[in-house]
Design a protein around this ligand. Sequence first.
Ligand SMILES: Nc1ncnc2c1ncn2[C@@H]1O[C@H](COP(=O)(O)OP(=O)(O)OP(=O)(O)O)[C@@H](O)[C@H]1O
Ligand SMILES: O=C(O)c1ccc[n+]([C@@H]2O[C@H](COP(=O)([O-])O)[C@@H](O)[C@H]2O)c1
Length: 204
Amino acid sequence: MKTIALFGTSADPPTTGHQSILRWLSQHFDWVAVWAADNPFKSHSTCLEHRMAMLHLLIAATQPAINNVGLYAELSSPRTLETVERARQRWPHAHFTLVIGSDLLAQLPQWYHISELLERVHLLVIPRPGYGITAAHLEKLKGMGAIVAIADLPGLNVSSTAYRENRESEELPPPIAAYIHQQQLYSCQDASLKRRPIHPHNGC
Ligand SMILES: Nc1ncnc2c1ncn2[C@@H]1O[C@H](COP(=O)(O)OP(=O)(O)OP(=O)(O)O)[C@@H](O)[C@H]1O
Ligand SMILES: O=C(O)c1ccc[n+]([C@@H]2O[C@H](COP(=O)([O-])O)[C@@H](O)[C@H]2O)c1
């Protein structure tokens, strides 16, 4: 049976952290499905179309080439349960693993219909600096029926928030930095607007 990693991301913008995760996933799964999504627990600084475009660039720029990674706009949903249903329609015989960073462990129990989601996928957690994976997190998830594995990938100490706040381009693969420059994204220096909700003036 084909193993498929499902990796949804706000990608606001995608960083070297996302890139290193994709590289690792491509080496450990038959196929990797990626999409940009709105996260119901966050606001976003740039519209979904730009975030998908940046993910496309990220995949194309990754070396060595990651030929088993595909970008799927149709999988995008704020509710991962809906994403998984769409994935099951597309790949009816695949085995799905949902990929999350360890920063999401605490909020995962609040996701939409989490028990149903955990019936349909295995979980793979990517360790992230500053977000320990505790026995309490794992016990809670296992109590909800989760089958959880932890990746032997040390997540990089980078984040989209750090880029938005500090504009340090070393957080970003060069094609992403170039796209942001060309499209004049994330240019607002007003701290109160750095995490503003989706708005017609966000560059789309
Ligand atoms: N450096 C990293 N190490 C481990 N996991 C990561 C890393 N960056 C992102 N992830 C994981 O990848 C997924 C998508 O992350 P997301 O696009 O929200 O990036 P982010 O840097 O966390 O963004 P933000 O700072 O805006 O919250 C999430 O599951 C997140 O936990
Ligand atoms: O299903 C939910 O309730 C849910 C709640 C929060 C986040 N998600 C998804 O989790 C993925 C990662 O979100 P983020 O913002 O950490 O990149 C992304 O695909 C979101 O749509 C999903």
